[in-house]
Design a protein around this ligand. Sequence first.
Ligand code: KG4
Length: 340
Amino acid sequence: MAEKDIYILGIESSCDETAASVVKNGSEVLSNIISTQISIHRKFGGVVPEIASRKHIENIMPVIDEALGQANLTISDIDAIAVTYGPGLVGALLVGLSAAKALAFANDKPLIGVNNLEGHVFANFLSGENLQPPFLALVVSGGHTSLLTVEDYNTFKLLGQTRDDAAGEAFDKIARYMGLQYPGGPEIEKLALSGKKDAIDFPRPLLPGSYDFSFSGLKSAVINYIHGLEQNDKEVPKADVAASFQAAIIEVLVKKSQLALLETGLKNIVLAGGVSANKALQDALDIGAAEVGARLVHPTPILCTDNAVMIAARGYYMYKNNEFSDYTLNANPSLKLGAK
Ligand code: KG4
């Protein structure tokens, strides 16, 4: 007998995107609705938590309705509701979580609390590539930089993480210092295209003997460099700064990933989190992985930054593994990868 199709409604509101999606059998995207608040937060130079929560409240039900409508389904067709419960901004998380709990309770559907970082990793299962665990994952977002092994669909082992600034945070802070708009990562990437990546020799913090990362020294070196020129009334070669900074951070990410691939013997590495949208990083890691006999898989562009498809996809595997949540599930702003 053919197995019954499983429809998961995913809900995501951890930062500045209100998103909902319906995914069939963990891989077929029936809808992917994302209402982004980027233009609202841009004038403040970053996400304002209070404003983010208010906007999520306005958007959450219309976004969920649209996701169901576009999938041509009603809530009664859904098998489970998967929702991000961390990490993220507590007020923002609570909006999606409360909506998910209310829908689950009112319609007698199972609730599945999903870790946003695990969701980012699972976005790779929708990349169109043939991908199965075990593999290595490099999570690079605004709040996290981590290397982990995905041993099977429900087991993750952290190898190392940032001790200070996350990769995306370093991009954002340097961009802000250079007067670029929020979010800074895509702006730096654009500017770097017209700069020379070997123009300025910024430090490459490798922390030998550990899979941890540290980017605050690199960030300070870039800011000090700009400051030094400004103090002497010299023009800042912004494109060269962007290209040289980007090259330094990418080199660290690639070298650490190569070491982890060699040590674990894994043959696949996936990129996850907002910084995975960076084409220069994708290209360098593609080459770096091939150099050590491995293959890079990265999410399609729309699934690199926060979305609910990845939450529904992660939720599908938790559903299969009978990992359900009860109504005491609370938002956890500092939820760790692999935490149960
Ligand atoms: O995973 P994500 O959407 O959300 C949070 O971490 O909350 O990641 C957002 C981060 C921001 O720091 C943003 O600047 C960065 O991802 N980012 C990029 C690019 N696109 C987004 N960084 C570098 N290059 C990009 N193209």
